[in-house]
Design a protein around this ligand. Structure first.
Ligand code: PGA
Length: 255
């Protein structure tokens, strides 16, 4: 039984104080939904205040990125060691980091390894652009990202990884992917995991959908066989929307 996981990716939103105030309001409202794993991913600078505000809550904290390097002359970067104790999860491979920070599959693979070496759980994101999608090559493309990102990752380490399928054309655009299509691709990703590891690992790994997930479409995504949660940007910045997303997940797939 895969425990659904919903993660709010706040991107470059909320100061340290705003993030703490937000989770203080959110935590009691999410407390009843114990069948769903709930994660918030604030900007680095807001991790300490957010983690402190959630110290007595079941809501978990994630970072939005991590350096592939252990330490050294990497101005502006944050290492996995620095995140220890502040974050349990870390988003790696988000399309905005691939695009704006030039992160390649190879870099992403090293980041996943760096995170795992420090006990962080990667939320490994992948997705195709509109050209690839319209050419009908989504699964081949995303499958390639999966294989490259997981190069050298052991079967045991796979237990700490969450995958997130996020079509780039659906992120922040309000153009969410058709739920059946998202299920077909997440199912295909599960097939790639089976070919790389085993049927058991493929069956156990959680795969989120992301891209314009809102309270109005959450139940439809969560009703799909292969979708185990969501990676949410815009709607996760609004307390009541976040609660509605978790509630929809609880009603469809919660234990
Ligand atoms: P969105 O962002 O929900 O605002 O589309 C999703 C994401 O980038 O993780």
């Amino acid at each position: 039984m895969r425990v659904p996981i919903i993660a709010g990716n706040w991107k470059m939103n909320k100061t340290a104080a705003e993030a703490a105030a937000f989770v203080r309001e959110l935590a009691p409202k999410l407390a009843p939904f114990t069948g769903i794993e709930r994660v918030v991913c604030p900007p680095f600078i807001a991790l300490p205040t957010t983690a402190e505000a959630l110290a007595h809550s079941e809501i978990k904290v994630g970072a939005q990125n991590v350096s592939e390097h252990e330490k050294g002359a990497y101005t502006s970067q944050i290492s996995a060691a620095m995140l220890e104790g502040l974050a349990e999860y870390v988003i790696i491979g988000h399309s905005e980091c691939r695009e704006y920070l030039g992160e390649t599959d190879d870099v992403i693979n090293r980041k996943i390894k760096a995170a795992l070496a420090h006990g962080l759980k990667p939320i490994f994101a992948m997705g195709e652009n509109l050209t690839v999608n319209e050419a009908g090559e989504t699964l081949a493309f995303v499958g390639g990202q999966v294989r490259a990102g997981l190069e050298g990752i052991t079967a045991e380490q796979m237990q700490s990884i969450v995958l997130a399928y996020e079509p780039i054309w659906a992120i922040g655009t309000g153009k969410s992917a058709n739920a059946q299509f998202a299920n077909e691709i997440t199912g295909g990703i599960r097939g790639v995991i089976e070919s790389l590891y085993s049927a058991t690992i493929a069956d156990d790994i959680r795969i989120q959908y992301g891209g314009s997930v809102k309270p109005a479409n959450m139940a439809e995504y969560m009703s799909q066989e292969h979708i185990d949660g969501a990676l949410v940007g815009g709607a996760s910045l609004i307390v009541d929307d976040f609660v509605s997303l978790v509630q929809a997940a609880q009603e469809t797939k919660g234990a």
